[in-house]
Design a protein around this ligand. Structure first.
Ligand code: TYD
Ligand code: MG
Length: 454
C-alpha cells in the first residue's frame, strides 16, 4: 500500500521541509523550494520483479569463489579512471555539463565493450533522443551492434524495466537521469523525488538482477532540476566529465569509487569523429607553449598514478591599489600569497606594490605542493621579466623558512619530463642519486634558485 503525501524540497541540494521556505537552510540558496508529491514504500517491489540470488553467504567462501570481475571498456583512459575496467553489476553515475560529450562517450564505450567482451549484451536507453537520432550518431561513431546492442527511446521507468526483463542485457546505459519518470511518483521528471526514486530503484535492480547500470546526469545550474548531488550516495562510482571552456580536450575524473582510487584521471579530445584518447596529456598541455617569454615555468604534478607536466603562468605588475591583489586560477590563492611572501623574504623580491596574477594552463587544479618551486620560478621570471630556459623543469615543495622540500614519486615526474624533451631538472637536495636520466641541479634553499636563474 502506498500513501500519498506532499512536502517541499530544495531543488538544489535535496533538503526537505514540511513547509515552503524562501531560503534553503542547508545550501543557503534562495527560491529553490518546490512542492513534491511523494508516495512512500515504492522501492521494495523492484526486487520482486527479478530473480534474486541467496540473501546471505559465507564470508570466506565469497572471497575465494568470486573475484571481482572487471570488463575492459575498450577505452584505456576510461578503464584507468574506473580503476582497471568496469566492475560487474556496478552502478555508475556519469555527470557533466550538457554538450560535454557524455552520450558520445557511452556510445564509444558500447563499441569498445562489444569488441573486448564476446557474448556481452548491451541496452542503450535514451530519454532525450529518438531511435533515429541515436542510430545515426552510433553509425557516425562507427558503432556496429552485431546483434548484441539494443536501442530504446523511452522515458517511463516501468517500460525500461519491461525491456530489461525481455532482453536480459548485461549492461544498461540510461541517458539521462533527468528525463526519466516512474509512474509511482507524480512529480515532474527531473524533480528531486523523481530523481531519487529512479536512482533507488535502479540501484536495487543493478544489485539484484546482476546488471551494470550507467546513469547519465546533467549537472546544471538551473535551480529547477535536481543535480546529481542528491543521489551520489546511492551509486558505486561517480565519474565527472569536464572541460575548460573553449577547449577540445575533456578530463574524466572519478569523484567517488567503491572499487578504486578517486585520483585517477582520463584525458580525451573531442574531434569531428568522436572522442579520441589522449595517451600523452603532458604533450597536449605543453603544446601551446611559446618559447622564451617571461612569467612561465613548467612543473610536474601527479594525477593518481600518472605524472603530468603543466605550465604555470605568473604576471607581476605594478598595482593601482594600496593593497596589491593576489589572484590565482588553479592554485589555492592562500598558497600563492604564501609563496609571494617566501620570495619577498628570502629572495628580496619586492612584491609589496605589485599585483600578482597566477594561472595553471590547461585548467588544472594543483592539489599538491610539488609545483611550489615551479610557481616560484614563474613569479621570479615575471618580476624580473626574464624568460626561463625552455628545457628546464622545476620540482619541489617550498617551506616557509625558504627550504626546498622533497616531493613524492620524483622519479616518475623526472621520467615524464625526460620523455618530453626536458634537459635540466631543478630538484630538492635530497633527491636520490640513483636518478641519472637527466641533468639534475639540486638545491636546498630557495636562495639557490636565484643563483641558477641569474
Ligand atoms: P554529446 O555526447 O551529445 O554531449 P552530452 O551527452 O554530454 O550532452 O556531445 C555533444 C557535443 O559534442 C556536440 O556539441 C557535438 C560534439 N560532437 C563532436 O564534436 N564530435 C562528435 O563526433 C560528436 C558525436 C559530438
Ligand atoms: Mg547526451
Amino acid at each position: 500500500m502506498s500513501r500519498k503525501k506532499s512536502h517541499f524540497s530544495c531543488s538544489q541540494c535535496g533538503y526537505e521541509s514540511a513547509k515552503w521556505l524562501g531560503k534553503c537552510p542547508s545550501c543557503q540558496e534562495w527560491s529553490t523550494f518546490v512542492e513534491e508529491q511523494e508516495e512512500t514504500g515504492l522501492v521494495s517491489d523492484v526486487r520482486q520483479q527479478f530473480s534474486t540470488d541467496a540473501r546471505w553467504e559465507d564470508l570466506d567462501q565469497a572471497e575465494t569463489d568470486r573475484p571481482q570481475e572487471r570488463l575492459k571498456t575498450g577505452l584505456s583512459e576510461l578503464d584507468r579512471t574506473l580503476g582497471g575496467g568496469l566492475v560487474r553489476d556496478s552502478f555508475v553515475l556519469l555527470g557533466g555539463d550538457p554538450g560535454i560529450g557524455k552520450s558520445t562517450l557511452l556510445l564509444q564505450m558500447v563499441a569498445g565493450l562489444l569488441a573486448q567482451n564476446p557474448g556481452l549484451r548491451i541496452l542503450y536507453v535514451s530519454g532525450e533522443e529518438s531511435l533515429e537520432q541515436i542510430r545515426l550518431r552510433a553509425r557516425r561513431l562507427g558503432v556496429v551492434g552485431g546483434g548484441r546492442v539494443y536501442l530504446a527511446s523511452e522515458t517511463r521507468l516501468e517500460h525500461v524495466f519491461d525491456t530489461i526483463k525481455e532482453l536480459e542485457p548485461h549492461i544498461v546505459f540510461m541517458d539521462s537521469l533527468q528525463t526519466f519518470a516512474t509512474s509511482q511518483n507524480t512529480s515532474a521528471p527531473g524533480s528531486v523525488t523523481q530523481v531519487r526514486d529512479i536512482t533507488a530503484r535502479l540501484m536495487t535492480l543493478a544489485k539484484s538482477a546482476h546488471i551494470s547500470i550507467w546513469l547519465v546526469g546533467h549537472v546544471t545550474k538551473d535551480g529547477t532540476i535536481a543535480g546529481p548531488k542528491t543521489i551520489e550516495h546511492m551509486v558505486d562510482t561517480v565519474l565527472s566529465f569536464e572541460s575548460e571552456t573553449g577547449q577540445s580536450y575533456r578530463l574524466l575524473r572519478s569523484v567517488k569509487n567503491r572499487f578504486g582510487s578517486t585520483r585517477e584521471l582520463g584525458v580525451f579530445e573531442m574531434h569531428t569523429d568522436g572522442l579520441h584518447e589522449v595517451a600523452n596529456p603532458s604533450a597536449l598541455f605543453l603544446s601551446e607553449r611559446t618559447e622564451a617569454v617571461s612569467g612561465t615555468a613548467v612543473g610536474a604534478l601527479l594525477e593518481g598514478s600518472r605524472p603530468l607536466l603543466v605550465e604555470l603562468q605568473a604576471l607581476v605588475i605594478r598595482s593601482g591599489f594600496s593593497v596589491p591583489r593576489r589572484t590565482s586560477v588553479g592554485m589555492d590563492s592562500t598558497r600563492i600569497t604564501l609563496l609571494a611572501a617566501i620570495l619577498e623574504k628570502h629572495l628580496k623580491l619586492a612584491l609589496g606594490q605589485e599585483d600578482l596574477f597566477f594561472n595553471v594552463a590547461g585548467g588544472f587544479r594543483l592539489s599538491e605542493p610539488a609545483c611550489d618551486l615551479a610557481a616560484a620560478a614563474a613569479i621570479w621570471s615575471s618580476a624580473y621579466e626574464r624568460p626561463l630556459p625552455p628545457t628546464w623543469i622545476f620540482i619541489g615543495e617550498l617551506g616557509l623558512t625558504g627550504e626546498v622540500r622533497r616531493v613524492s614519486q620524483i622519479e616518475m615526474r623526472i621520467d615524464e619530463a625526460k620523455r618530453l624533451g626536458f634537459e635540466v631538472a631543478i630538484v630538492p637536495e635530497n633527491t636520490p642519486q640513483s636518478i641519472t636520466c637527466m641533468e639534475l641541479r639540486r638545491i636546498a634553499r630557495i636562495e639557490e634558485l636565484q643563483g641558477l636563474l641569474r
